[in-house]
Design a protein around this ligand. Sequence first.
Ligand code: NAD
Length: 497
Amino acid sequence: MTAVTTPAGLRRTLDGSHRKMFIGGAWVDASSGETFESRNPATGALLASVPAGGKADVDRAVAAARAAFEGSWSRYKPYERQVLLLKIADLFEKHWDELSLSDTLDMGMPISRTRGNRNRVVGMLRFYAGLATSIHGETINNSLPGEITSYTRREPVGVVGAIIPWNAPTAASIWKIGPALATGCTIVLKPSEEAPLTPLLIAELMAEAGVPDGVVNVVTGTGKDAGAPLAEHPDVDKIVFTGSTATGQSIVRASAGNLKRVSLELGGKSPVIVCEDADLDRAVPLAAMAVFANSGQICIAGSRLFVARRIHDAFVEKLGSFAAALKIGDGIKPETEIGPLISKRQFERVAGYLEKGASEGARLVTGGQRIEDETLAKGHFVEPTVFAEVTDDMTIAREEIFGPVISAMPFDTLEEAVQRANDTPYGLAAGVFTRDLSSAHRLSNALHAGSVWINTYHAIDPAVPFGGYKSSGYGREGGIEHLHEYLNTKGVFIRLD
Ligand code: NAD
């Protein structure tokens, strides 16, 4: 067992010791007594063992969430929920180093990036705190005979099951917990088995802030043993899921038993269009990091790069040089720009796409190799990769890779670029680089995607709705629309005469 060095002041040494999960305000093991290991994907070091939760544990957690929902939590006033959320936000700010370090160790994201997410995550908590006191219905003038007044009420949906992936555990947890607390729901969070440690740390902060027992529960375990029973559970009112499209489809099927509400943030194969008039010095690094950030393990990765033919070759050459210069290494080092992939399985998946790209005729511009460096040999590192001469029908241009791989393709007209960009089952995000206002508007209107970025990428704000079109899912996170996902609307009629 290799102990991980952690800065002084952290309460978790992540030295391989056992962690428990959080149900009904208590730290507990799985009913089965089984555990699984969480390892650092950069070094292979054992960080902790955690409970392998199963159906019995999901049942316990849902019962605790139901009891809290119907108990004291239901009497919390909006103002009291706001105060709680603000307290949690303060604790997140205070413990940010700990949270960001935990994410870096557990899933490999470079520390510069996990630390840099502070304002976004703390901002989310304060945004939901602000919304907690602005939930309201409407009075509606009806056309009924007699004197009948009508109005709507907004009520919390109840017990929410939240299932998240491994690629951004802190932000993903807060995107589920924040609106649950703001609306008065209770929640059972099932983190990914690949990165369960930060959600457990978040549970500690919830308890420290004074969140009542049972309001926030964290059940660790695999998708099959803990995720599926949560999705099927007859006493869960809503599932909010972030993950792959295939799992999203099985969650929809599992939700049919009690017709629970579902919102889905799924995969993508997002296009980036670089117009002839783009500012290349700006576009090259942004188009590169649209994919290479977090080693390509981002749902919004702009992995299909359409470049105007006249500038295509020069752009691809610059992109290749940029990619080749990125610093690859253990995310714990401040200078690291590209960390490891999460697991051997993900590494093999990405390696399979690299082989497919080459065998289907794409030209490898840069990258494409496993890192042989001795110090990184125990991690799952892949070089940032650029393929050119990719055609729309190649596997690497159609399937989500979730690795650091860009497929570059030339285009001749904007109409053609839009048609090809939209020719995918996904619709999560899109990017455009142009200095022409008219092209910017036309393209952002025409692209079938939940988020469109012009001359930027990755911009996500708590106040702006985020989510997918088509097979990238439905429902929105962020913005006032997000709260509505956690609320039922009730129409009330009162006869006055
Ligand atoms: P995944 O679908 O394999 O797993 C996600 C979560 O679902 C995990 O917690 C897993 O344990 C659980 N799960 C697996 N099978 C389940 C089942 N049958 N029932 C219930 N739960 C189950 O995804 P992943 O590999 O962890 O993450 C990568 C995927 O997530 C990519 O497709 C990526 O695009 C997507 N993603 C989307 C967004 C977004 O906001 N749209 C954000 C991040 C990641």
